[in-house]
Structure formats: C-alpha cells, structure tokens
Unconditional design. Structure first.
Length: 280
C-alpha cells in the first residue's frame, strides 16, 4: 500500500497517493511504513488540489481496534478522548474500547467512568450486562466490595448471557467468602452448582469443599470434594478435588480411605503438583 501510494505521488496523482497513505493510518497504525506515510501526507496536505477527508467513525473504530491489538493504550485513550470533544456521545463500542485502554493503564476508576457513560447513553443496549459486570469486577479488584457486589447483582438480575451470570454468581460467592460471610457464600455457590453450563458450576462445587475444609467442617468438605470428583471426572479440578477429599478423610481419621485416594491421585497424576504431594 505504501509503495503504491509513493508511485502515485511520483506520478503526481496526489489524491490517489493520499488515499493510500490514509488507508495505512486506519489498518496498520503502528507499522514503520505508516509513520513514513504520515510524513508524506503532511507534504501532500500542502498541495492545492488535494482532498483531505477526516476519518469516519467506522474508520476510527478500525484504527482503534488495531491500536488495542498492539497494546497502544495511551494512544487509544488520547484518540477516543479527542473524538469525544467534538461529539456528545459515541457508538457503544467506543466506550468499551476506552474502558479497556484505561484498564490496561491500571486506571480502573477511569475505566468505570467510561462504562458508566455507556450505561447513561445506552441503558437498554445488549452490552449493558457486560458493562455492569466489568464495573463490578473493577470495583472488587480495587477493594470496593459493597459497590462491587451491587454491580455484580445487577448484572445477574438484568442479564441474559449465562456465562456472565455464572461468573458473577461465583464472584459474589467469593466476595462473601473473603469477608467470612459463609452462609451468604454458600447460598451463591449452591445456586451455581445447580446450573449445567460452563466451568463455574464445577468451580463453585470445589469452592464449597474448600470453604468447609478451611472452616474445619471436614465431613462436608469430604462430601463436596467427592461429589466434584464424581460429577466432573475430567474437569479442571479433578485431581485437586481427589487430593482434598483425601485430606478431608485424613482429618476425619479415616486413614485407610485417605491412603487409598492418595494412591489413586499419585497413580493417575504422577508428575503434577497434587500427584507428587499425594505420593508423599
């Protein structure tokens, strides 16, 4: 594209040259040749017959997506902020691009500010649940538990995406567990365990086992870990569920049962963390 533009420029077909250079700015914003094209565009801008066309919103969007892919968060924030100076509001996706860039810069409060603007302008948009969930997660990660809970709960109440609903339910359970509000955590984990889709029901079942183990309710811990092993024999937590069911049995003084499970874990997973620990 650059060399075609350069040939047009040499042939004095200046508008053709300019448009080729312009295309590079949209589709390849961080390419080395794009920087050279930018310098040529400055020269061409001084030519009398040149037609300079500002980027359209869809062209801005394509450029911003490429910048995000290249992890150019500062540039994304700068460009979206400039567009906002001339328009009262933008297409919905732009607020998510801005939020992602701010989060990438570890400015979660500004990420949330962008998403709140989206919610203000697009209260009934299909991505509303995603915005609520992301705000909740940002708040949780910065220590604002109560506010985070509200947004997670709202994302569940107003949501249709089952993956996000399951994830929010799990995070709500984790937040309660972290604050030692075990009955509330149990409520959300149990609700999630009854669901059939995705990884989070399995995670919730394992977490119920772990929560009971750490609170020294070893019989319940054993029951949950065993249920997880039976229900998800090839799941993400299969070996850790087996290992901790053995540890729970050990705490219950069921030494033979514990040794049998440890041996099974060691045989099935001889080179993993839990397999090696079980062998010890």
């Amino acid at each position: 594209i650059y060399h075609q533009g350069y040939l047009y420029q040499k042939s004095k077909l200046f508008n053709n040259a300019y448009n080729h250079y312009r295309t590079l700015q949209i589709y390849f914003p961080k390419n080395q040749l794009t920087q050279k094209a930018k310098e040529e565009m400055k020269k061409l801008a001084k030519v009398e017959q040149i037609k300079i066309e500002p980027l359209l919103l869809d062209e801005h969007e394509r450029r911003i997506k490429e910048l995000l892919y290249d992890v150019e968060y500062h540039q994304v924030v700068s460009e979206v902020s400039e567009i906002l100076k001339t328009q009262n509001f933008l297409p919905a996706n732009f607020y998510f691009y801005l939020a992602k860039a701010q989060k990438g810069l570890r400015k979660r409060n500004l990420s949330n500010a962008a998403l709140r603007k989206f919610l203000k302008h697009y209260p009934d948009h299909r991505r509303t649940q995603e915005a609520l969930f992301t705000i909740g997660r940002n708040l949780w990660n910065t220590g604002y538990y109560r506010d985070g809970l509200k947004y997670f709960e709202k994302s569940v109440d107003e949501g249709t995406d089952h993956t996000l609903i399951n994830q929010a339910l799990f995070f709500i359970g984790k937040m309660h567990e972290e604050k030692k509000r075990y009955p509330q955590a149990n409520k959300y984990y149990t609700k999630l365990v009854k669901k059939l889709d995705g990884d989070y029901p399995e995670r919730a079942l394992w977490q119920l086992g772990w929560m009971n183990y750490t609170t020294e309710n070893f019989q319940k811990a054993y029951d949950y870990f065993t249920e997880s092993t039976v229900k998800y024999p090839s799941g993400l937590f299969a070996e850790s569920s087996m290992f901790w069911s053995a540890k729970s049995a050990e705490k219950l003084k069921h030494k033979e049962l514990a040794q049998k499970i440890f041996q099974t874990v060691n045989t099935a997973y001889p080179y993993t963390y839990y397999g090696i620990r079980a062998g010890e």
